[in-house]
Write a protein that binds this ligand. Structure first.
Ligand code: CUA
Length: 176
């Protein structure tokens, strides 16, 4: 009888301890989740705010040198049917866009990013290159058909990624 009473007291004590530990760990888990949520929201707001406020690329040190030469240049003719263009990826657009290209032109794209990794892909072509901040990549393609191409970003780059679409318009050659 005294044995069963002792056992019962032991079980009660065990359950009290276990419940207290459970409560502590539930509290710790909830606290961590809450901190994670606050932190995530904080960085989303901060990150978005920085991008919206600057409107330029000067504040992004690693890419300043690369992006300066990318400002405002369009298609540059380098030979018969040969062209170059400096294509800048930034959150969340392509510059220059729309880009007009004459039919039959062989275009070398120099591509870099002003902020984060982007993916330079032109639908319906073999143009596919990762735009890396601080690094200029190049790729060449001959546009044989007069049509409009979409430049899409194929590297997840933030909240506007899915809307990061540019245009390449291949103008028909004027035949004499
Ligand atoms: Cu730029 Cu995704």
């Amino acid at each position: 009888m005294s044995d069963s009473t002792a056992q019962s007291e032991f079980e009660d004590a065990f359950h009290r301890v276990a419940e207290r530990h459970e409560r502590v760990w539930i509290f710790i888990a909830m606290l961590l989740l809450t901190l994670l949520l606050i932190g995530t929201l904080f960085f989303v707001v901060i990150d978005y705010g920085v991008v919206a406020k600057t409107g330029g690329y000067q504040s992004f040190d690693p890419t300043t040198a690369a992006t300066e030469s990318f400002a405002g240049t369009g298609l540059v003719r380098t030979g018969p049917n040969a062209y170059t263009v400096h294509m800048l990826a930034h959150m969340w657009a392509w510059t220059p866009s729309p880009l007009h290209v004459p039919e039959g032109a062989t275009v070398t794209f120099y591509v870099t990013s002003a902020d984060v990794l982007h993916g330079f892909q032109v639908q319906g072509t073999t143009l596919n290159l990762t735009a890396v901040p601080g690094i200029v990549g190049s790729v060449t393609y001959t546009f044989r058909h007069a049509r409009t191409y979409n430049i899409i970003c194929n590297e997840y780059c933030g909240i506007g990624h899915q809307n990061m679409i540019g245009r390449i318009i291949v103008d028909p050659e004027v035949r004499k």
